[in-house]
Design a protein. Structure first.
Length: 664
């Protein structure tokens, strides 16, 4: 946990404060055109898109000074906007406080949740495996190489994935801090709540909209992502912003809204490639809402575009850069496809056609039938039966496994886990209520309206099931799916507008929020989960049964997951030395970059024109190069012993000297 007075925390707070001020200024700029909830919901992804655009252009141009002047100019605009429109902010605050008093049963648990989440953002170190393996390291390499097109890298994740979300870490990497890096996720979480409310208001009153937003915010996967440093929730916020704009559209929609939609969609794609699956359904919905099959309507839009040609041209340039089309083109040039080398992408591709897609739809349905972690443990214990998740798993394997076998699941057999880890957790009881209760009722109530409104999530689900193999961590693709079903819940609650219905839903959501926060093993402020796991009991039994190979013990005993003690291993290496780094796999190594940013780091696992390199070849390249040292993770050979100049206390990493004989 960070010290409240550490320099690292102060730098992180400064960056988070800057980002927050820009969000406020964007909110105030939107406030003249939208209601407060919609303006707030849109302000967060638009701010992220703006900063992402600035940092992407900075790396693409290779010029390392101008962006600081842009950021200063942006701050001047922020201050000016906040100073000259203070009444709007004060009025909205008073209105919000007055509205909150009418819904204390929602506001109180939500406020406690937000306060706890803010403490997690401020005080806890980054502990996400993927973040320390490639999300943060790739940004460091982008800055060091002054390019997005890396020649040397450790994993393909660092070079082929879109950069729009990860590049937001640019100032954190420059200032050498990881404190507050999850501010983007937490703000996206809050924006999603506002956007769900704004969408729900199209179908019902304020009370129903508030209940809908509160319920969806309690979904397990979404809550865990809200204090993460991964890109899933950022993509979801961009998608919900785009969905809100499309739902608001009609034949009177102005060109500005369409350009805003394009920018948000481009940012969503740059955050995560799977956003591409959301675009077809979103486009169909936009065509229906705008009635674009009418010649007069198309002529009106084209006429406005001609009149505002400069705005259209500049917006298209922004869309081109934000969408990362240039990166996908580079992937096509250097590898077999726009998504990267087939050796990397094939392992996640669903190759069993229609049967594989149907099998995956069934699997995702079973995963949606979920309680939370504590309910699984204690309800099972109360009724004296095996774990409910285990029973559900058994039912699938008895009745459906013989039908589907491993079709559509190339990365391992299907299994259900309710462990509250952001990489594996599904979305809890609210997602089951949403999919299996609210959606059918909404269809019954308004079949034509709902059929049109759920085009984006349905098309998205079908594309994911058809194209992507089932994996235990596929929940990261489904945040946007469940959120975009918000109209179905709003219509259902409006149909059964009874106090007991809303009260029951709020109670379930509140208990889910409490349970998830108390058992968030990766980000514990209150160490109830740690204390429970260190003694024999149901928690230990569940983790042993459901996740034998997962490093729960490591998560609970180490403040950070940097293997190899970078603070001592690199201590004696002279400043500005060139150090080759061989990680040997999917190993967390950002701690080395963070500890010694003055060194010039050369990843050695892969070279763009050669591909994967084994350790022997890496040592051979190092021996004939001009690099000063080689840092090796996870490998050891006795014949290296004379050339080892440093070794980590856990024997996981070691440093080899420059002079190596040809025999090695």
């Amino acid at each position: 946990m960070y010290s409240l007075f550490s320099l690292e925390l102060l730098f992180g707070l400064g960056i988070a404060l800057y980002y927050t001020l820009v969000c406020i200024a964007v909110y105030l700029s939107l406030r003249g055109h939208l209601n407060p909830m919609a303006a707030f919901g849109l302000s967060v992804p638009l701010t992220q898109a703006l900063l992402s655009f600035i940092f992407q252009v900075r790396i693409l141009t290779g010029i390392g000074v101008w962006h600081w002047f842009v950021l200063i100019a942006l701050l001047v605009w922020v201050i000016r906007t906040c100073v000259f429109t203070p009444n709007s902010l004060k009025d909205d605050w008073r209105t919000g406080v007055a509205a909150a008093r009418r819904y204390p049963y929602i506001v109180v648990p939500l406020s406690l949740l937000i306060l706890y989440s803010v403490a997690q953002v401020l005080l806890l170190p980054v502990r996400n495996f993927d973040t320390l393996t490639y999300h943060l390291p790739r940004v460091f390499l982008f800055i060091q190489e002054n390019s997005f097109f890396l020649e040397n890298f450790n994993r393909y994740h660092q070079v082929i994935f879109p950069v729009g979300a990860d590049i937001l870490f640019y100032p954190f990497v420059v200032f050498g801090t990881v404190s507050c890096t999850s501010i983007f996720s937490l703000s996206s979480f809050l924006a999603i709540g506002a956007l769900v409310y704004a969408i729900a208001r199209n179908f019902s009153n304020q009370q129903v909209a508030a209940c809908t937003a509160f319920a969806l915010l309690s979904m397990t996967g979404l809550l865990l992502q809200s204090v993460s440093t991964k890109n899933d929730i950022l993509m979801a916020a961009a998608g919900m912003s785009a969905l809100f704009l499309v739902i608001q559209m009609d034949q009177k929609t102005k060109l500005n809204a369409l350009l805003g939609l394009l920018i948000l969609a481009a940012y969503g794609l740059s955050a995560k490639t799977t956003f591409l699956a959301f675009i077809p359904g979103l486009g169909l919905l936009a065509i229906i809402k705008l009635k674009l099959w009418k010649i007069d309507q198309m002529r009106k839009i084209l006429d406005e575009a001609r009149q505002k040609w400069a705005l259209v041209l500049s917006s298209l340039v922004i869309v081109f850069i934000l969408s990362n089309i240039w990166l996908f083109a580079a992937n096509s040039q250097h590898y077999e496809s726009w998504t990267g080398p087939e050796s990397f992408t094939e392992r996640s591709t669903q190759n069993d056609g229609a049967k594989g897609a149907v099998a995956n739809l069934v699997r995702y349905g079973f995963q949606t039938l979920q309680l939370d972690f504590l309910s699984d443990v204690y309800v099972s214990k109360l009724i004296g039966s095996p774990l409910l998740s285990k029973q559900l798993n058994k039912f699938y394997h008895q009745h459906f496994e013989p039908i589907f076998e491993q079709v559509g699941s190339s990365r391992g057999p299907f299994s259900i886990t309710w462990v509250p880890d952001e990489n594996m957790a599904w979305f809890g009881p609210i997602s089951a209520i949403l999919l299996f209760i609210c959606l059918p009722i909404a269809f019954w109530r308004s079949p034509k309206q709902i059929a049109v409104l759920i085009l984006p999530p349905v098309v998205y689900l079908l594309i994911i099931s058809i194209e992507i193999s089932w994996m235990i961590n596929n929940s990261r693709f489904f945040t946007l799916f469940f959120l975009s079903l918000a109209p179905a819940m709003a219509v259902t609650l409006d149909t059964f507008n009874r106090k007991w219905v809303s009260s029951s839903l709020i109670a379930i959501a509140s208990l889910a929020m409490l349970s998830i926060k108390l058992t968030d093993f990766q980000n514990p402020i209150i160490k109830i989960s740690k204390e429970s796991l260190t003694h024999a009991g149901p928690f230990t039994r569940v983790l042993a049964e459901q996740s034998e190979n997962y490093r729960w013990g490591t998560l609970l005993t180490k403040e950070t997951l940097h293997e190899g003690d970078p603070e001592t291993l690199l201590l004696d290496i002279p400043e500005y030395s060139t150090v080759a780094l061989y990680t040997g796999g999917h190993n967390m190594h950002y701690g080395y970059y963070l500890e010694r940013p003055d060194l010039y780091w050369v990843p050695m696992d892969r070279i763009r024109d050669i591909g994967k390199i084994e350790i022997e070849k890496a040592i051979e390249y190092f021996s004939i190069s001009q690099m000063d040292y080689l840092l090796v993770m996870g490998h050891y050979s006795e014949k290296w012993e004379p050339f080892i100049i440093a070794r980590s206390s856990d024997d996981f990493s070691l440093v080899l000297a420059r002079e190596l004989p040809e025999a090695l």
